[in-house]
Ligand binder design. Sequence first.
Ligand code: GLA
Length: 737
Amino acid sequence: MAGMWAVAALAAAAQPAQPAWVRFDAATKVFRLDGGEVSYVFGVNTRGELQQLYWGGRLAPTDNFPAAQPMPEWSSFDGSYTNTPQEYAGWGAGMYNEPALKITFSDGNRDLVLHYVSHTQTDDGFEVVLKDIERPIYVTLHYGMDGESGVLARSATIENRGTEPVTIEQAAAAAWALPAGNYTLNTLTGRWAGEFTLNQEAIDHGAQVIESRRGSTGHQANPWFAIQAGAADENHGEVWFGALAWSGSWRITVERDQLDAIRITGGFNPFDFGYVLKPDEKLETPVFYGGYARDGLGGASRVLHRFELEKILPRTNENSDARMPRLRPVLYNSWEATEFNVNEAGQMALAEKAAALGVDRFVMDDGWFGQRKNDHAGLGDWYVNPQKFPHGLKPLIDKVHALGMDFGLWVEPEMVNLDSDLYRAHPDWVLHFKGRPETEQRNQLVLNLARPDVRDFVLNTLDRLLSENDIAFLKWDYNRNWSEPGWDQLPPAEQKAVYVDYTRNLYSILSELRRRHPKVEIESCSGGGGRVDLGILRYVDEVWPSDNTDPFDRLSIQDGFTYAYTPQIMMAWVTDSPHWLNHRSTSLAYRFLSSMQGSLGIGADITKWTPEETATAKRLIAAYKEVQATIAQGDLYRLISPRDGSEFSSTETVRADKSQAVVFAFIHSTQEGRGFPLLKLEGLDPAAEYVLSPIEGKARADTPQTASGAWWMHHGLAMDENFRGDFQAAAFRLDRK
Ligand code: GLA
């Protein structure tokens, strides 16, 4: 019955208006959040706990929920408290599943039971306050529902209003729950040069954990999950997904509990965690985003891509109000061509060639600063190397500008080599335990960014670099994980705050730099894709998914990447063949088409390209720019996945207004004469007419040049019969008439 949902009675008169997406039924104490195609419902149960009731497809406005009832005791071994899916459960009262919050009080008490106190509207969302049944520990749960995508943003603020300090041993951003059933868990794991491998496994009893204990996001697992009802399917079925916005150590635990229900809990990694909250202090958790789609993993990633584009990624001052972030300039990066061997003449020669190809941004990578001849020295000394650049960076930057490009620079500001002036001056600035060895990785140590003096040093160094030079772009690298994470400025009991304060200071530096230099764009790189998450994506415009630029390997890395992240941020360079990693030889066109699936860059030694290669590159860069908006910001359909040694792979991206589609097709290695499968396209307007034009390769001779969306989707697009062999690629565009 319409109108059953009473608008929440608000205590204070000056409260902001209740957001349209939240309704509170005062009689049943049920909260309902609606956005996009999604509803999310929870209520205060009869014991006073906040209990999750529903997460899934959008319900009718007339649908109501009765008051939340705690789950019954199953047996003397599984009581009601552990069986009840709480929005944010304290560890206490017979809880055996993963708690959201675990606290040790100064008197040794470790029991925490959180009950509802109040709720309130804020400018950008909605909050529910919980409190321990006895002690003055308050938890404010924040909810924000994106009206278009139905993606829910959840986080918590924990507050000590007592008179004694407490230690937080575990703090999740949020816990999610799904009813008992059979589900498939999708996660992304990997390693350096092999990031973003999609894993799919049934959710069995017990816990499946993905995490980083490394101080940063990590290559080994990415803080994203997708859970599908039944078996995994690209195009069909219900999918619940989540992404944690945190670039420090994190953990996501997926449990199938004693009653077969699913719980997902994620936030700060509790391993080695211990955050002391003094009286009147607060700890804010990261945000855990969660969403839902009905049309398989493909549908889930399309929702998430659009959400990232529209709601997460930063804008520069030039497009501050734009619905979408600026398309990424086609860039050239010198790393694979020169490695550390950069100098003025060499970079100028590369810049000339890059400009002639149609490149928009020229980026000088590692090697330009301090005594940086190789990776043994220089990190920390951010002055221009006088032997390599006797006149500073200005002549090179002026030349790049004169060629019509903007200029970008590589930095790795959180690190230091032992062989550096910075380390010699401030050996205490690195993460370390007094008197213990300092473990070097790539000959470098991690600066303790949690220290205010280190934070100021990094901010001021970069601010100066950006003020003194006309730099449009920073590639911000981070080439090792933590070890010996000591912070001996603080009393021993408080030193573990490094896990929180380091990442917060990183975010504050990025945010302050963007404020002071609003036209500067930033790429998050960590030896490839080691720091990609929705936390850093609020401050950076793009990421480097992997140091592995082998165009065949990239197909799988890119496939995995796009389950969680939009192709807009997925930088992809065309590099030299044979490739340094796998020694594989591929054609330039194949390399281009692989990279054109994301935001295109060139990373080859282009001074060595033949006239034919130069012409191919020019043609494909120009063709890319015509369809870049569709590829980077459209709806992605993974038509054939390259996973599991597939002979073939294919993607299609459709512009939001369905006016254009771009199709890529790749052959790994033709076997037994098999032809490329017919590609049944997706997402077109069935009634509209689309004109097919090849970007590279040919369609079968009998393919119509113009046909309806229905034809391309139902009949399909057939490749030329000669599209066979090893490492072959084709690409097409379809434009609505
Ligand atoms: C990391 C990056 C590379 C390159 C090198 C430079 O490995 O991921 O792209 O910048 O550092 O040392």
